[in-house]
Write a protein that binds this ligand. Structure first.
Ligand SMILES: *Cc1c(COP(=O)(O)O)cnc(C)c1O
Length: 324
């Protein structure tokens, strides 16, 4: 462990490294097949099954997932895509990379950091093609209201579910609430792999297009040809190399089995924060609907300071306490 790692009494994120994880990696390394193959397929099926989705398509990272999802639902030059302003930059960047333009909608407010469906409505123009919703911090957004706006204007809904693996709304998993759901397995996410991503969808045609886009628009994979399942291929569209590899899929499979327990641990810690900080005058702890049908993934523990508070001072004080 390095000095910087040691410095934090309460790190932002932590990974559990044990023999099971190391063995899973070594097994793949020793197998000699490292590029996309049986482990990736297994990870896709397990993850899609976990979400209750028909298809899982693994990719190199969450940003690649968003990029392909936007392309697959038809976003391109001349289109606009609405995205919440309180966000990581990946969604806006990938919208630009399709040739479309991001238009930003606001969030509900300090007590609900998810996008405001009424403000989506205000951001929609005749050019609007799609909507990227984010479940901020792993708290499912108001999909019933989002769907109403999307249906009314004929918009595709792409879910940025990077914060929300295992979160659900009314018994349906985040990632399966729109046309395509995009997950990230970056090292600080709820399902940490290092780098990695995955898309889920129930739409067979979209799934087929996503698979083509992921691997050069080619109709067969190296793995298929290696197994003798195919001897040639066609290139049917200009795709990318956004593939995941076997080593990371093996890590993902181990982490996926641990996710429900990890999320439950996060929920316990979040409840303790809420209890300990909730009575603090002026502090807002967002997403306080204990009674709803919403099961959050608790990716982020957020407090909103009162207007005019010294945010930098609070950060420094936390830092001095070893709280990252
Ligand atoms: C992490 C993250 C992404 C991007 O995922 P990468 O795997 O890092 O490319 C996209 N959106 C949100 C909200 C994220 O937190």
């Amino acid at each position: 462990m390095t000095e910087t790692e040691n410095r934090w009494r309460i790190p932002l994120t932590d990974v559990v490294v044990d023999a099971e994880l190391a063995d899973a990696v070594l097994e793949v390394v020793r197998s000699g097949w490292w590029s996309m193959g049986p482990r990736v397929e297994e990870f896709e099926q397990e993850f899609a099954g976990f979400c209750g989705a028909a298809h899982g398509i693994a990719v190199a990272n969450g940003t690649a997932a968003l990029h392909l999802a936007l392309l697959a639902v038809g976003c391109g030059p001349g289109d606009e895509v609405v995205v919440p302003s309180l966000n990581f930059v990946a969604a806006a960047n990938t919208i630009k990379h399709t040739g479309a333009e991001p238009t930003f909608c606001d969030i509900v407010g300090p007590a609900d950091l998810n996008l405001d469906p009424a403000d989506i409505e205000a951001a929609v123009t005749s050019q609007t093609k799609a909507l990227v919703v984010l479940h901020y911090g792993g708290y499912p957004c108001d999909m019933a209201a989002v769907d109403q706006v999307a249906e009314h204007h004929g918009l595709a809904v792409v879910e940025d579910a990077a914060h929300a693996p295992g979160a659900s709304l009314g018994g349906r998993m985040c990632g399966t609430l729109g046309q395509v759901g995009c997950f990230s397995f970056f090292a600080n996410k709820n399902l940490p792999v290092g780098e990695g991503g995955l898309m889920v969808t129930d739409d067979d045609e979209l799934a087929a297009r996503l698979r083509l886009l992921r691997s050069h628009g080619m109709t067969t994979l190296t793995w298929d040809r290696h197994r003798g399942h195919a001897s040639s291929y066609d290139v049917v569209l200009p795709g990318f190399n956004y593939r995941l590899d076997e080593v990371r899929a093996a890590v993902g499979l181990v982490q996926l089995r641990r996710l429900p327990e990890e999320n439950a641990g996060r929920a316990r810690i979040a409840a303790r924060y809420r209890e300990a900080l909730g009575s603090n005058d002026g502090l807002t702890i967002p997403f306080d609907d204990a009674a709803g049908t919403r099961v959050p993934a608790h990716h982020l523990a957020v407090v909103v300071l009162p207007e005019g508070a010294d945010r930098a001072g609070v950060r420094t004080a936390l830092d001095e306490q070893g709280i990252q």
